[in-house]
Write a protein that binds this ligand. Structure first.
Ligand code: PEP
Length: 251
């Protein structure tokens, strides 16, 4: 097991099919030989097409932004892990704060989604993070600790070895406010210490913990330089190939 440096883009509900295709192609053509693994988190409708665009490039992987927790069945409008896997998906973003806020997702449910994503051989990117009032009350470690325990502590060591964690303070997502490098480092260190207590040092050292929340080309370097920050989950800046590529080159 080896810790990876990752620049993951979360396109959210942006780009139509052709725009998505152009964005993926622009990332492919601008990529430098950087240490970072690049992950494109595209809308469902784009996945298969973009999997073909990136298929010969080992340093670009594909992510979905969600997945249903059941295998299959009468869940109109939902997308299963098997469907994603058959479209060439490598990673699935789970527990994003927007899913928690607008779709009522909580960690008990996210734990089930993690299980099914692992069962189908894909890697979860598990998002956690506190809201502003929690940080202001000084309870951010307590809350993130509970999130991590509820979503991940039922896993085996081998399963945990497949999980990427993204710490995304809710107050920094899409707001232009970034956690300071020290705030990010403190929380990442805390999360890694929890993983170490439960799963041991080998797993903890190999777990990639990404920071998310208004990562831009001008702040990425400083944040990624922190010892426990292994890259970023990037929203807004991932929609411009030039900005995303600059972030991917900031390690
Ligand atoms: C995100 O969506 O995960 C995110 C961090 O968004 P932004 O970079 O726009 O804050």
């Amino acid at each position: 097991m080896e810790r990876k440096l990752i620049a993951a883009g979360n396109w959210k509900m942006n780009t139509d099919y052709n725009e998505g295709r152009e964005l993926a192609k622009a990332v492919v053509s601008g990529l430098q030989s950087s240490d970072a693994l690049v992950v494109l988190g595209t809308p469902y409708t784009h996945l298969k097409n973009i999997s073909v665009i990136i298929k010969d490039i080992s340093t670009i992987k594909l992510a979905a932004q969600n997945c249903h927790q059941e295998e299959s069945g009468a869940y109109t409008g939902e997308i299963s892990a098997a469907m994603l896997q058959s479209c060439g998906v490598d990673f699935v973003i789970l527990g994003h704060s927007e899913r928690r806020e607008y779709f009522g997702e909580a960690d008990e449910l996210i734990a089930k989604k993690i299980d099914i994503v692992l069962k189908y051989g894909m890697q979860p990117i598990y998002c956690c993070g506190e809201k502003l009032e929690v940080r202001e009350a000084g309870k951010h470690e307590e809350l993130v600790g509970e999130q991590v325990k509820t979503a991940l502590f039922h896993l085996t060591k081998e399963q945990m070895g497949q999980v990427v964690i993204a710490y995304e303070p809710v107050w920094a997502i899409g707001t232009g406010k970034t956690a300071s490098p020290a705030q990010a480092q403190d929380m990442h260190h805390y999360i890694r210490s929890l993983i170490q207590e439960k799963f041991g040092s080998e797993v903890a050292d190999a777990t990639s913990i990404l920071y998310g929340g208004s990562v831009k080309p001008d702040n990425a370097k400083e944040i990624f330089a922190q010892p426990d920050v292994d890259g970023g989950l990037v929203g807004g800046a991932a929609l411009k190939a030039k900005d995303f590529l600059a972030i991917a080159g900031s390690f």
